[in-house]
Design a protein around this ligand. Structure first.
Ligand code: FES
Length: 573
């Protein structure tokens, strides 16, 4: 079996010369023949001055490298794209597939026997798992870990649930400019990912539940010594996997592990983005996620994790309460314990090692859950023939069954221009609709689904309204918000033909989202629908053109059609 430097030789038509040349160049870095003869463990470097969520990368790289060398391997660090939520235009989701392609191709192109991917900010972990699932080399994931909590006037703050809450108070006029500027210096006190159950934390939990990361990887704070020890242990494990050649991502991402991940996603009160990414990651391994099964699990699995935005605590509290293994212990009657873990045993083994922390209130039991049903519900109806999603654990109970008049915004720009106008015809009982904000429409399906409460209503104290869109929403947000309406308006989905003044009915218990017009009228409008005058120039070149031509809908994970697993789907196990 070829391994180490001999793998994937550059093609000069003479393999011996290719290896000779490769060694000649790498020796410029001072490596000895002994070092170059070791199994090679690639380690992704996603450090970037634009990415504070990865601000601990230098420390983690050192720890991973130490672990690799302790097991007799040679670590080789290489850069890939890094994406931060607030520094990606038009939206980080637009770049997720580019990062997945970059990571996959660099793992394939460069000689390595195993790879450690280190990521954290929302889109980076799913991009990396999509990449390793496609390249299928023995792989292990190291999340960068959550940041510490902030403090302001005696109140504990967590980015970014509290970013949104405090900004809403600023919009409503209860926090002035000077104070909000002060708060901006308190919300993100350390490097690391958002400290609530946003998308980054959700993805770290899902990935640990899939068995792709070591136990406790999801929760150890970015600046805690545990985080470095996990990185070192991951490096050691990767070197062992490089020698044994297993497990590969295809051994770990199975129907069984994906079902376990769906259970965890419901029980942690996870981000709605987590479902899109789980569909995409599973899809790369040939596992089709069953949306109806996900919804059924949501009726069965309660939310056990008392973390913002669904509850009150923060990621560091979750870690000190025993982390994901302790949460999964509460779910043993639902989970498949035989699913494999990259740690070398099964998920059951990881759970068996979970700590017991007396008196903690972060991880609830099934008998005394935070919420009786799961985080998310999958909706259907004439407005969302394929599906739509609502995070019911972060919604207002009194709006879970609601009928109201539609107030329609044709695009994000239209919404930004009109939502705060004093003469906007809107009442608290209305249903706000945003369209053309989906995968193709925006493009990139930005996190615009958290439509702000119109200023004139916010000033009257309105905190929540039913909002519907084909966009996504940050996992840190709160509200009665229907997302991921599929198919999206930009390709002629029914959202495209809603008119201001129509009535819309949401019934979460019945899993329904309906435009209350008769079927004939719906057909007439859909037949008459023409693509709206473009809100933007159509992409003509480069990655934007690739994205526009090939991105799939939300219910298919927004992957590119040509990147999906090209084998037959794995059989149900
Ligand atoms: Fe990076 Fe929240 S902005 S995890």
């Amino acid at each position: 079996m070829t391994r180490g430097l001999q793998k994937g030789l550059t093609n000069y038509g003479d393999a011996d010369f290719s290896l000779f040349l490769r060694k000649a160049f790498i020796k410029a870095m001072g490596y000895s023949d002994d070092a170059l003869d070791r199994p090679i463990i690639g380690v992704t470097n996603t450090a970037s001055d634009y990415n504070p969520c990865h601000g601990n990368l230098p420390d983690l790289l050192e720890s991973v490298k130490r672990g690799v060398m302790l097991s007799g391997g040679l670590p080789m660090v290489f850069p890939t794209i890094s994406i931060h939520e607030s520094f990606a235009h038009p939206t980080s989701m637009f770049l997720r597939n580019l990062m997945a392609m970059d990571t996959e191709e660099m793992v394939r192109a460069q000689p390595m026997d195993a790879v450690v991917v280190i990521g954290g900010c929302d889109k980076t972990l799913p991009a990396q798992v999509m990449a390793i699932a496609s390249s299928d080399l023995p792989s292990i994931v190291v999340p960068t870990g959550p940041m510490a909590v902030g403090n302001y006037k005696g109140e504990v703050l967590g980015a970014c649930t509290d970013c949104r809450r405090l900004w809403a108070q600023h919009r409503a006029g209860t926090i002035d400019k000077a104070e909000i500027d002060l708060i901006s210096g308190r919300l993100v006190p350390t490097v690391g990912t958002c400290g609530v159950m946003g998308t980054a934390s959700t993805m770290a939990c899902i990935i640990e539940a899939l068995g792709l990361a070591l136990p406790m990887s999801a929760t150890a704070p970015a600046t805690h010594a545990d985080r470095r020890r996990i990185a070192e242990a991951s490096g050691k494990r990767a070197a062992e996997m490089a020698l044994s050649g297993s497990p590969k991502p295809s051994d770990l991402i199975t129907h069984t592990s994906v079902r376990n991940a769906m259970i965890v996603l419901q029980a942690i009160g996870g981000s709605t983005n987590g479902l899109i990414h789980l569909i995409a990651m599973a899809g790369r391994a040939g596992v089709k996620l069953d949306m109806d099964a996900f919804d059924r699990l949501g009726r069965e699995i309660p939310v056990l994790l008392n973390l913002k935005p669904s509850g009150t605590h923060y990621m560091e509290d979750f870690h000190h309460a025993g982390g994901l293994p302790a949460l999964m212990r509460e779910l043993t009657s639902f989970l498949d314990m035989e699913a494999l873990s990259v740690a070398g045993g099964t998920i059951g083994d990881s759970i068996a090692g979970a700590q017991f922390v007396p008196g903690q209130d972060v991880i609830r039991s099934v008998a005394a859950p935070l919420k009786k049903s799961g985080a998310m519900a999958v909706l259907h109806g004439n407005l969302a023939p394929h599906s739509a999603l609502i995070k019911q654990s972060a919604a207002s109970p009194e709006l879970m069954r609601h009928t109201g008049r539609a107030v329609v915004f044709d695009s994000i720009e239209d919404m930004a221009a009109r939502i705060d106008l004093p003469d906007l015809d809107v009442n608290a009982e209305d249903v706000l609709v945003l369209r053309n904000a989906g995968p193709k429409g925006a493009p990139g399906m930005p996190e615009a689904g958290y439509l702000p409460i119109p200023l004139k209503l916010a000033r009257l104290g309105v905190k929540d309204m039913v909002r519907i869109s084909d966009a996504r929403m940050s996992g840190t947000a709160f509200g009665t918000i229907v997302l991921h309406v599929s198919p999206e308006a930009a390709i002629g989905g029914p959202l495209a033909v809603v008119q201001t003044g129509d009535r819309i009915m949401l019934d979460v218990a019945a899993r329904q989202i309906e435009l209350l017009i008769d079927a004939t009228e719906m057909q007439r409008r859909l037949a008459a629908w023409k693509e709206l005058p473009p809100q933007r120039e159509a992409a003509t070149r480069g990655y934007a053109k690739l994205f526009e031509d090939h991105v799939l809908q939300a219910d298919q994970g927004c992957d590119f059609d040509f990147l999906k697993h090209n084998g037959t789907s794995k059989a149900d196990s």
